[in-house]
Design a protein around this ligand. Structure first.
Ligand code: GUN
Length: 270
């Protein structure tokens, strides 16, 4: 059987178009059946839900991903709840979010935080007993990141603090982090002086900022000011090239698992 991943892109957000094409390329490069369904920004919620229903019913499709953000007028929560949980390779459906929080492994974990955990494990960063501080409380990164780091297992067992725009003294928290994960969507907001010497710094940000020294007039950067942070941190991820490729790898892993579960459920029934 060939794992099949269907990615849905609604509208013409430039960053989303890049992410989606990277996902399609990666799925094809490892031998999956990858397709991208592009819909105009004028697509109605009812039309998108009808497409999701068609993909839910298609046996060649093991994973469905609807790229966020969606155009205004479409409620992302309604769309996410429409995706069959066993095809929700993004791990955004409430059933999968609940399983992740409980610590059950028969659902799907959201790709970006799962990629961060995988990086920590493979880099030999000890999470057990560590002070892990997360900056950002989004449903895609901050909240699931906290849920994963607190689980009683390898890659978990951390003492977790979640900071956000209303946190009283952000830097008092970031300065005591052994593991600092920044996913706030604010360019270069964390600098070397906000980091504990030797800390592991994971930069989940992806921002485009003006830069007159570049021919394009802009450059990509993370939520961490890399040069100042690199001098203080023990380990640090770059942007681009750090968390982004891990997100895609976890999406592919989830898609393979979705296909394997279908195959396993057929064993003995043929
Ligand atoms: N937009 C930003 N990150 C993601 C992601 O992981 N999945 C989807 N579907 N949309 C996103």
């Amino acid at each position: 059987m060939v794992p099949g991943l269907s990615v849905v892109l609604v509208g013409d957000d430039a960053a989303s178009a890049v992410y989606v094409s990277n996902k399609e390329k990666a799925s094809k490069a490892c031998g999956m059946r990858g397709e991208t369904i592009r819909l105009p920004a004028s697509t109605s919620q009812a039309e998108l839900l009808a497409l999701v229903e068609r993909l839910n019913a298609d046996n060649a499709v093991h994973g469905i991903l609807v790229q966020m953000p969606l155009p205004s007028g479409i409620d992302p929560d309604v769309v996410i709840r429409h995706i069959a949980p066993h095809k929700d390779v993004d791990g955004f459906h409430p059933v999968n979010v609940g399983k992740m929080l409980i610590g059950h492994t028969d659902g799907f974990m959201p790709c970006t935080p799962a990629g961060v955990i995988e990086m920590l494990l493979r880099s030999g960063v000890e999470t057990r007993g560590a002070e892990a501080v997360i900056v950002g409380r989004s449903n895609i990164v901050g909240k699931p990141m906290a849920a994963m780091l607190v689980q009683a297992r390898a890659g978990g067992d951390a003492t977790v603090t979640v900071c956000h725009s209303r946190s009283r003294d952000l830097h008092a928290h970031t300065k005591r982090a052994d593991i600092l994960i920044v996913a706030a969507g604010r360019a270069e907001m964390i600098r070397g002086e906000h980091i504990k010497p030797g800390a592991t710094v994971i930069d989940v940000g992806m921002n485009r900022v003006a830069d007159a020294s570049r021919a394009s007039g802009s450059r990509l950067c993370g939520d961490v000011h890399f040069e100042s942070a690199e001098a203080v941190a023990g380990k640090i991820t770059p942007v681009p090239g750090g968390v982004g490729p891990m997100t895609i790898a976890m999406l592919l892993r989830n898609t393979v698992r979705a296909a394997e579960r279908v195959a396993d459920s057929r064993v003995g029934t043929a």
